[in-house]
Design a protein around this ligand. Structure first.
Ligand code: FES
Length: 88
């Protein structure tokens, strides 16, 4: 048994079974189904490993799997709106 994500206790077998069961095609789907990458390390160690597993299972390249996943805010929010300081 190979642990891929030690924060969330997810094994290589868990990932492969989930990919096959739900026809997973993206890392986002894996994260949503397994909580992969949502532990204290925020995926710094497990997501690259999971990407290689997903690439092998789907026949995609690792680069394609690891495409940027950052989501910008829907509406840019000035920091003064959320600060406790009343000054702008
Ligand atoms: S090892 Fe996956 S979130 Fe930490």
């Amino acid at each position: 048994m190979k642990i891929v994500c030690r924060c969330e206790d997810i094994t290589e077998e868990d990932i492969i079974n989930t990919i096959r069961k739900y026809n997973v095609q993206t890392l986002v789907e894996l994260k949503q189904l397994l909580r992969l990458g949502m532990g204290p390390c925020q995926g710094r160690t497990c997501l690259p490993i999971a990407a290689r597993i997903l690439a092998k299972e789907t026949g995609k390249s690792v680069e394609e799997i690891m495409a940027p996943m950052a989501r910008p805010p829907v509406i840019p929010t000035p920091l003064w709106l959320v600060s406790e300081d009343d000054e702008k």
